[in-house]
Design a protein around this ligand. Structure first.
Ligand SMILES: [Zn+2]
Length: 258
């Protein structure tokens, strides 16, 4: 009730100001371009994995394979988990859903490669996620993952594709620029850098989504689920918000430098 009453007072006050103000200041009361730096950008968020990828009833779907320009790889995987059993699929889902409104508030149009996180759902296959990016003509595709490395390993890093003629040659430079902008933006925002991937950049020949995508695409391993400190952060709502803010800072940095 209290909130409603306040809302009404604020609304009336805003109308009064608008009526009293000269035309020029009404225009300046609208958000400036800098308040919506992602206006006109179409961003595809790709929360890694799917909870049901570990469900035996989807074994046939998971067994599908696809030649990705380098090797023949499977549809998708279960992903990793914290030692306490918090799954990567759920973590990436939560971070993506926190990140989406942050980007939308800056004017971006945001699509997701999956719209559920359920033990009764599988995939999509990684190649279909990349094909979605191509189909919608995304300005960037951001795949969100967390690593399952040794306990002492920590921090984020980016995966970018190797040059594979006929597969990545059309986009590899753009991919590299996206990865570097993400790394710089995330680190500047406070994201802990990987202590086991030099320069926080891994060049991969075998990542299907990177090889199949024809738009600027990056995979970010935001941290290591097997590191106890990072597992704690990943398992809390406040920590998930932090990861989303760090990713948003990376995305902002990429589009600001274009
Ligand atoms: Zn993953």
């Amino acid at each position: 009730m209290r909130r409603r009453a306040w809302g009404r007072i604020v609304a009336v006050a805003a109308i009064t100001v608008a009526l009293a103000a000269p035309v020029a200041s009404v225009a300046s009361a609208r958000p400036a371009a800098d308040d919506r730096p992602l206006a006109g950008r179409l961003i595809l968020l790709d929360p890694g994995h799917q909870l049901g990828n570990s469900n035996p009833k989807f074994a046939r779907q998971m067994a599908q394979t696809f030649f990705n320009g380098s090797i023949r790889k499977g549809c998708n995987t279960t992903g990793t988990a914290t030692n306490a059993g918090f799954p990567e699929a759920t973590f990436t889902w939560k971070v993506a859903n926190r990140l989406k409104p942050m980007l939308e508030a800056q004017g971006a149009t945001v699509r997701m490669t999956r719209t559920s996180n359920s033990y009764d759902a599988w995939g999509p296959c990684v190649w279909d996620r990349a094909k979605m990016a191509n189909r919608i003509g995304a300005d960037a595709m951001i795949s969100i993952h967390a690593d399952g490395a040794s306990a002492g390993s920590s921090g984020f890093f980016a995966l970018t594709p190797a040059l594979i003629p006929g597969w990545t040659d059309d986009v590899v430079r753009k991919d590299r620029r996206l990865a570097k902008a993400m790394i710089a933006g995330m680190a500047a925002a406070g994201a802990p850098r990987s202590n086991y991937i030099p320069g926080q950049l891994m060049v991969s020949r075998d990542t299907t989504s990177l090889n199949v995508s024809n738009v600027p695409t990056v995979t970010i391993e935001v941290g290591n689920m097997r590191n106890s400190r990072e597992a704690r952060r990943m398992s809390s709502a406040a920590g998930q918000r932090e990861y989303a803010q760090w990713l948003a800072a990376g995305i902002d940095n990429y589009f600001a430098s274009r």
